[in-house]
Design a protein around this ligand. Structure first.
Ligand SMILES: [Zn+2]
Length: 169
């Protein structure tokens, strides 16, 4: 089932998510829904706070469904290593219509459980490293907009406020 993706301004996007206690049938349903929602959007990643649930869980697929091996589910993930630097244009399904150049480490190693509860360690570089960091940010209540400073950030926030007031957000 495709779930609605919440947007900038919704509480679940702006506060840290809670640890997942157990991989239950309900959680499996949520994971299936998140994968379906990510592909339908389409996007390269989706975190549980984006469907309104404050849980430390995200799905990622940098091939957007073209390569089955690229689909990954992380439950209670954490960073093991991060290094280097990349500067790329970035957007977010929860901030539709806006993009910005965001500095991110070029390499990120994430450890977490997959949907069977098995511990896994994955190294990402380039786009995958960026996706890992973008999704991990969601679990900490941070959006790409929060990485921007000064006028760049103000411009996006003011446009969102204007859209919200107009009932168009
Ligand atoms: Zn996002």
């Amino acid at each position: 089932m495709i779930r609605p993706i919440v947007k900038y301004g919704t509480a679940s996007l702006h506060r840290p998510a809670e640890k997942v206690d157990a991989i239950t049938p309900d959680l499996q349903t949520l994971i299936d829904d998140m994968i379906e929602t990510m592909y339908a959007a389409p996007g390269v990643g989706l975190a549980a706070p984006q469907v309104g649930l404050p849980l430390r869980l995200f799905v990622v697929d940098i091939s957007v469904g073209r390569n089955a091996a690229d689909l990954m589910v992380f439950v209670n993930p954490e960073f093991v290593e991060r290094d280097g630097m990349q500067l790329e244009e970035e957007g977010c399904l929860s901030v539709p219509g806006f993009t910005a150049t965001v500095a991110r480490p070029a390499r990120a190693v994430v450890r977490g459980q997959d949907r069977t509860g098995t511990e896994r360690l994955v190294e990402g570089t380039g786009l995958l490293a960026r996706a890992f960091q973008h999704e991990m940010d969601h679990l900490d209540g941070r959006l790409f907009v929060d990485h921007l400073r000064g006028i760049k950030r103000d411009l996006i926030v003011r446009k969102i406020q204007k859209l919200t007031r107009a009932g168009e957000w």
